[in-house]
Design a protein around this ligand. Structure first.
Ligand SMILES: C[S@@+](CC[C@H](N)C(=O)[O-])C[C@H]1O[C@@H](n2cnc3c(N)ncnc32)[C@H](O)[C@@H]1O
Length: 219
């Protein structure tokens, strides 16, 4: 199968830096705190891309697995990992996440800027699959563009910002074109207890949000 990220893969992180400086990386690392992540925890990153946050988690002592369908993305991930010159515990899996069936294995499952590539009904299926990969009391982390909020102008500007980003990915990778998803609503409907939310700002505006969900017996 053709790598949909053959064009974006090599430049993805550089593009995201142009788009948002370090704000996207701050969002991706925002839930990887000592309260949520302990040395030895098994952490799965779905659709990892270049994956600086997975390297950060491994540096905190986590036992990390990264999954991505794109070889171009994983090549960049491996380059970043080599540059650390550290012997980090990271298992690299080149696969469709829906084919990963290590159910109940992970203490934390992370989906950063990943669920937005799917149309809404399939996104909900992917989220459900990620939840199943977590242990009974796992954390499920979703980081992505913030829902456009504020006055009419602010909402308009935020929508334009989102559609510029998703438009680029729609054209270059075939990602689904859609409004920003209400991830909190989806997480709650799938039985997660959403226990934390952190914004990352661009020019003082809340541009990205990370949600921390915890599995409950109903999820
Ligand atoms: C928008 S990028 C986000 C990359 C990274 N998580 C980040 O925040 O920078 C989406 C990533 O998901 C990967 N991806 C898309 N569909 C996938 C699937 N079914 N299974 C695994 N990875 C997938 C793509 O190859 C790409 O690396």
């Amino acid at each position: 199968m053709k790598d949909k990220y053959w064009l974006m893969g090599p430049v993805y992180d550089a593009l995201s830096f142009v788009f948002a400086g370090n704000s996207i990386l701050r969002c991706k690392c925002s839930m990887l705190t000592p309260e949520n992540l302990k040395p030895g925890d098994k952490v799965l990153f779905a659709g990892i891309g270049h994956g600086k946050e997975a390297i950060y988690a491994a540096e905190q002592g986590a036992d990390v697995t990264v999954v991505d369908l794109s070889k171009a993305m994983l090549d960049k991930f491996k380059q970043g990992l080599d540059k650390t010159n550290k012997d980090l515990k990271i298992n690299i899996v080149h696969s469709d996440i829906m084919k990963v069936e290590a159910f109940g294995k992970y203490d934390m499952v992370v989906a950063n800027f990943f669920l937005n590539v799917f149309d809404e009904s399939f996104m909900a299926e992917v989220l459900s699959h990620l939840i199943k990969l977590g242990k009974e009391d796992a954390f499920i982390v979703v980081g992505d563009f913030a829902i456009p909020e504020g006055n009419v102008l602010a909402r308009f500007a935020k929508r334009m910002y989102w559609y510029l980003a998703i438009g680029i990915f729609w054209i270059t990778t075939g990602a689904a074109l859609h409004p920003v998803y209400d991830y909190r609503g989806h997480m709650t409907r799938q039985g997660l207890n959403v226990i934390d939310k952190k914004h990352s700002t661009v020019l003082g505006i809340n541009a990205y949000t990370a949600f921390l969900g915890k599995k409950t017996p109903s999820s």
